[in-house]
Design a protein. Structure first.
Length: 231
């Protein structure tokens, strides 16, 4: 067993949900810290240095989205929002504010643990500078050589297609909003030009997916953005 397992800060003001999360995390050998308000969460985040934060949006002294923005001013700790708010606008706002993922209540423990593993992998990759080679299912990306292959067959991408694919691959398993992708690939002036993104995603799917009409790797999150399946 890991002698120093990751510390998860659970920010949740509903006692039943707090107990559920604490029990589920402890059963899987995570350490936990708890906060029931924005004020408590900021204190815990700065004093206990958690490896990941599970954050409810509806807190008694403020909103979790505003709290996410505050934390992002000084920390890149992974933040997974867990909320009863299921509207697309809430998801987009939380992700654009800096959250790494979003789970709508109710959710299963296995799904939560999978999201936590993905977030911790991203954090570890970012701390080490990230791998030079990415293998995700049939996709092989050699970032040093700028080579892309699918099932061992090299494919040729335009510079923008390549940047889009690399961004999604480096964040495999993570939902990226339209605005996040457009700002990273095209630049801030294009943050609202979603038609560019739709066109390039269609082109990329034709080159990467066996059946572009039924994508298995490059997935759409309706109304929110896109995600590369973490295989």
């Amino acid at each position: 067993m890991n002698t120093n397992p990751p510390l998860v800060l659970v920010v949740e003001d509903e006692p039943p949900m707090l107990r559920f999360l604490a029990t589920a995390l402890a059963a899987r050998d995570f350490r936990t810290a708890e906060a029931k308000s924005c004020k408590e969460a900021l204190v815990a985040a700065t004093s206990q240095n958690p490896e990941i934060i599970l954050l409810d949006l509806g807190l008694p002294d403020g909103d979790g989205i505003a709290l996410t923005r505050k934390i992002r001013e000084w920390s890149q700790v992974p933040i997974i929002v867990i909320s009863a708010r299921g509207r697309e606008n809430d998801k987009v706002e939380a992700l654009d504010a800096g959250a790494d993922d979003y789970l709508t209540k109710p959710f299963g423990v296995d799904e939560l643990m999978a999201r936590i593993r993905v977030a911790l992998r991203h954090a570890a990759g970012g701390a080490s500078g990230g791998p030079a080679v990415l293998d995700i299912g049939p996709l092989h990306l050699d970032l040093a050589r700028r080579e892309v292959a699918v099932d061992g067959r090299e494919i040729h991408l335009t510079p923008l297609e390549y940047r889009l694919l690399v961004l999604l691959a480096q964040n495999a398993g993570k939902v990226l909003t339209h605005r996040q992708i457009l700002k990273e690939v095209w630049g801030p002036p294009y943050a609202h030009q979603t038609q560019y993104l739709r066109v390039f995603m269609a082109q990329l799917r034709r080159k990467v997916e066996p059946d572009p009409a039924r994508p298995r790797l490059l997935l759409t999150e309706p109304g929110v953005g896109y995600r590369m399946r973490d295989i």
